[in-house]
Write a protein that binds this ligand. Structure first.
Ligand code: SAJ
Length: 406
């Protein structure tokens, strides 16, 4: 098949290369001209485990393009575009709308359009379908349509894209046949077929399930601290039950998925539990900040130097999108605290950063563990004479531990 991927980001580019490696002729389009130029120069625009090797294997069938005005006809377009989060907590479809309008003139008779982005329910059968139909074609008659989400996690993207099951939403039988022809060529997991809106909701439910579970763990950490027991032990032992899987408490939920997708799920409807969970998790950075301030004041510290360890939203990645650490640091600075930060992965941190961890520790009076990067476990002994506030249970004797002490 001749497949055109629109949007060569963290998901779109690996998908394009996997399809190309499987033997299809793939065209990769992105509005970012620099990205296309890089790919044409044999350079990848970002790193991911195994991506270099995949690029080598896929090159013969992969063509980065500056314009959608192709001479060859395309059998399938795959839209893999960002859906930002608006200020009023809604799914911003502007990239999808623009991309759908730009591919619409090139959708030939019988071609397939696949939406891969995370969207609010009904987007494929609503916005995408009607924008294409505005050009005079009818879905199911002149073109096919489907929704396919991915569930890959940074660092393990390629493995998960190939091995995870896929939930594929289709308009009709022809859409199913064409979509399976593409995805069965590189996915080893099972392809489950349903309708487009169900598949969109499934993607949102996966992350909402985790958000609600983490909110429960966070609530539990408040309960345990009030009673004076260790929430980490409580969860560890509760999870010995074969059907219990309580997630872990922490300073908040970061990243561009779990902190956002639940809002898309309830965009057109209402749910108490989803909203409560979101609000519990969103309130965590402030809860932790207040606790840091209260510990400093209890200890009689006047203008202490506070070192925050980790600004990434989770361990061993360089991604600080929606990171709770950012909010904690900003709040501390806002109330006049003297804050320095360290992170072994994140570049261009917008706060005073000390690159050398030993030096950062020696400069500080109070150390806040915001992210459990592996490196910090090795340094737990160097923190002995510091006031340590641990939000991730990295086990430092004498520390103030979230879910036991606050
Ligand atoms: N967190 C907790 N407690 C936990 C687990 C996580 O506080 O028990 C926090 C983390 O510290 C982090 C945030 O939640 O700040 C999210 O981290 P994560 O690793 O759980 O999730 P993401 O956002 O990196 O990736 C998720 C994954 N979804 C699920 O596990 C259901 C991934 O599979 C998806 O591909 C991704 O969202 C996505 O693209 O939707």
């Amino acid at each position: 098949m001749r497949v055109c991927i629109v949007g060569l980001g963290y998901m779109g580019l690996p998908t394009a290369l996997l399809i190309a490696k499987a033997g299809h002729q793939v065209y990769g389009y992105d509005i970012d001209i620099r990205k296309i130029d890089k790919l044409k120069n044999n350079e990848l625009p970002f790193t991911e485990n195994g991506l270099n090797e995949l690029f080598e294997d896929a090159k013969a069938n992969f063509k980065p393009i500056h314009s959608l005005e192709l001479t060859e006809s395309i059998d399938a377009f795959i839209l893999s575009l960002p859906t930002p989060f608006t200020e009023n907590k809604r799914c911003d479809l502007s990239y999808i709308i623009a991309a759908t309008k730009s591919i619409a003139p090139f959708i030939g008779e019988g071609a397939l359009v696949v939406l891969e982005s995370t969207v609010s329910p009904g987007t494929t059968m609503g916005t995408v379908k009607s924008l294409i139909e505005d050009t005079g074609r009818i879905a199911g008659k002149n073109f096919s349509l489907s929704y396919v989400s991915e569930k890959a996690i940074p660092g393990n993207t390629l493995y998960e894209m190939v091995n995870n099951d896929r939930i594929i939403g289709v308009l009709d039988t022809e859409s199913e046949v064409l979509t399976k022809e593409i995805y069965s060529s590189f996915v080893k997991g099972t392809l489950h077929i349903t309708d487009c809106t169900t598949a969109e909701i499934v993607k949102l439910v996966e992350n909402t399930y985790r958000d609600i579970n983490i909110a429960f763990a966070n609530d539990l950490s408040n309960i345990c601290a009030e009673i004076g027991v260790n929430v980490w032990d409580v969860i560890k032992y509760a999870n010995r039950h074969p059907r219990v899987n309580v997630h872990l408490p922490g300073p908040g939920v970061g990243g561009h998925c779990i902190a956002i997708d639940p809002w898309f799920l309830i965009e057109k409807t209402q749910s108490q539990i989803v909203e409560i969970a979101r609000n519990i998790n969103d309130s965590r950075p402030i809860h932790v900040t207040n606790e840091i301030l209260s510990i400093c004041s209890k200890k009689g510290l006047n203008n202490p130097k506070i070192l925050v360890l980790g600004v990434a939203y989770k361990p061993n990645v360089d991604d600080m999108r929606e990171s709770p650490a950012i909010e904690i640091i900003s709040e501390l600075i806002k109330v006049g605290m003297d804050v320095i930060v360290h992170d072994p992965f994140v570049k261009n941190i917008p706060f005073i950063t000390i690159a050398d961890l030993k030096e950062a520790i020696s400069l500080s009076d109070v150390v806040v563990i915001a992210t459990n990067h592996s490196l910090y476990y090795e340094y737990s002994n160097s923190l002995n004479n510091k006031i340590v506030i641990d939000t991730r249970n990295i086990s430092i004797p004498g520390s103030y531990l979230l879910g036991r002490d606050f």
